[in-house]
Design a binder for this molecule. Structure first.
Ligand code: PMP
Length: 417
């Protein structure tokens, strides 16, 4: 059978929807946007959904009894339902809108963590985590006296699962792991990790910031306890993200932020918290961003999810081949078949900031630095790297432009020696 993925996805079909991609940045040359792991661009449909809301459907949610408030509440709750379907969650109550992946992980660390983690308990992270999936656990450990342990990385950028069973024990309360590394692009075997962690009774939080936008996600099949992701990395606006949680876990969790909307009853003596998910959405939420995220999901859901991954894999393969011809360039991470759309590299002794600045002169946008993953960089004895990251709207020609520009960067530095 010919699947959409095997036929291949044609980025040109979609590029016209993204106003920013056709914008000449300098000298009328088009922008080559290869910084999608930092944030993606938005199609007109998402921008328009937000403009429409502000122009026609805007009031506060879950408060007013006037028709406008009811209309906005309907749109906000419809967005929750779209998220539910997109990740195959059993019920809408299991979708909590947060400010982003960082907000979602901090919510779990503060609420679930403070209620369930005690001195001597262990939290198992990995050496490839983004700071968002490290610092909240360090903070939890500081508050409770728990210990943070970690799974190491192999030289070629994969999780080393050999010591996993030795690291797991009845003391392990939580395993926090990213589904896809934001630096190496590595796709981790999260289902196996979840199964083995559950065997010792540990809860698993998966950081889906780099996976949900790019790979099919089914929380029911994964059997994951918590999944966190961000709207702005999947065509939606910044300011909104999602925490999915198993119902029994969410229902047992105390609220973290207190305020309006999250209560059933308040007296001068105390309060009764509301039901989930309202219990975790104190105050006026990111109403329009959530509705924008719903529109982003409409857009993404119309593209076969496996076709997105397959297209990005082809771009990564092409990048690995093309960059191999640039003298002195070293790609950090596993081969293309084990990666999502991320290629991170060093180029001789040229500082990544200089590389990114020179690429910018070619109108090529990449990211340089430690990418909020300092422990990972230390593991490879690096202080910084350069990262090109793709989405379904990137083209093979853009990969070639990157390779060509990098060769020129190399020549500029060789001349300076
Ligand atoms: N985890 C990973 C793997 C990420 O790539 C990012 C964003 N770079 C985050 C967490 C944090 O996401 P946000 O800034 O949207 O909260």
């Amino acid at each position: 059978m010919t699947t959409a993925a095997s036929r291949g996805l044609d980025p040109e079909v979609y590029r016209g929807d993204f106003p920013i991609l056709s914008q000449g940045v300098r000298d009328g040359r088009p922008l080559v946007y290869l910084d999608n792991a930092a944030t993606t661009q938005r199609p007109r449909q998402v921008i328009q959904a937000m403009v429409d809301t502000y122009e026609h459907h805007y009031a506060n949610v879950h408060r007013g009894i006037h028709w406008l408030a009811e209309r906005t509440t309907e749109l906000y709750e419809a967005a929750r339902e779209k998220v539910r379907q997109f990740i195959n969650a059993p019920a809408g109550e299991q979708i909590v809108f947060t400010s982003g992946t960082t907000g979602a992980i901090n919510l779990v660390a503060r609420s679930w963590g403070d209620a369930n983690v005690r001195a001597g308990d262990e939290i198992l992270v990995t050496e490839m985590e983004h700071h968002s999936n490290l610092v909240p656990w360090h903070q939890l450990a500081e508050r409770t006296g728990a210990v943070v342990r970690h799974l190491p990385l192999t030289e070629d950028g994969r999780l080393d699962l050999a010591p996993f069973d030795a690291l797991l024990s009845r003391r392990t309360r939580l395993v926090a792991v990213t589904a896809v590394s934001n630096v190496l692009g590595t796709i981790n075997p999260v289902e196996e990790i979840i199964r083995r962690a559950h065997d010792v009774g540990a809860v698993v939080l998966v950081d889906g910031a780099q996976s949900v936008p790019h790979l099919p996600t089914d929380v029911a099949a994964m059997d994951v306890d918590f999944l966190a992701f961000s709207g702005h990395k999947m065509l939606g606006p910044s300011g909104v993200g999602v925490l999915y949680g198993k119902r029994d876990l969410l229902e047992a969790m105390p609220p973290f932020l207190g305020g309006g909307s999250m209560i059933r009853r308040v007296t001068l003596e105390g309060f009764d918290p509301g039901d989930v998910p309202a219990r975790f959405e104190a105050g006026t939420p990111a109403i329009v961003p959530a509705i924008g995220l719903g529109a982003a999901i409409d857009y993404l859901a119309a593209i076969p999810a496996d076709a997105i991954h397959e297209h990005e894999r082809r771009l990564v393969e092409r990048a690995h081949e093309a960059l191999a011809s640039v003298e002195g360039l070293r790609i950090i991470g596993p081969p293309p078949e084990d990666k999502a759309g991320i290629v991170t590299f060093t180029l001789g002794r040229i500082h990544p900031h200089d590389i990114a600045q020179l690429l910018d002169r070619h109108n090529i946008a990449v990211r340089a630095g430690h990418h909020c993953a300092m422990p990972l960089h230390r593991r490879y004895r690096l202080s910084a790297t350069t990262r090109a990251s793709f989405y379904f709207y990137n083209t093979p020609a853009e990969v070639d432009a990157l390779a060509g520009a990098l060769d020129q960067v190399r020549q500029v530095f060789q001349r300076r020696k």
